[in-house]
Design a protein around this ligand. Sequence first.
Ligand code: HEC
Length: 106
Amino acid sequence: MSARKIALSVMGLAFAVMATRGLEAQSAPAAPVPPPGPALVVINERCSTCHSTASVFNQHRSADDWATTVQLMVDRGADLTPDDMNMVIDYLAANFGPEPARAAAK
Ligand code: HEC
């Protein structure tokens, strides 16, 4: 096999992988329904004043990233006590943690 043919088949393979990923992204399930609980009440009340809660529930983050995000929102003016923050971070990390597929891709 010539070097050119090898290069072409490598490109073909890369394209096939990209195409498959595109399909997966399209058929990805809708945002999961958030389970009820006190943290959900806080999120619905305090995280919906600046943007819809859909922008919270369509995210998937690690506990560290959620802590950073929630802190950022509090810095912006979200009205959460430190207890509220911990509760919300735990809830989001437990229910909206990183997706296995995305975590593996990192
Ligand atoms: C004082 C207004 C305000 C409140 C209250 C607020 N946010 Fe936000 N949030 C913003 C703004 C402005 C943006 C868009 C700018 C951006 O993308 O960084 C945003 C974007 C986001 C995003 C997506 C953008 C990103 O960081 O990737 C998430 C997730 C989020 N907020 C979570 C929350 C959560 C959880 C709460 C409740 C604890 C909350 N927000 C409350 C102002 C607010």
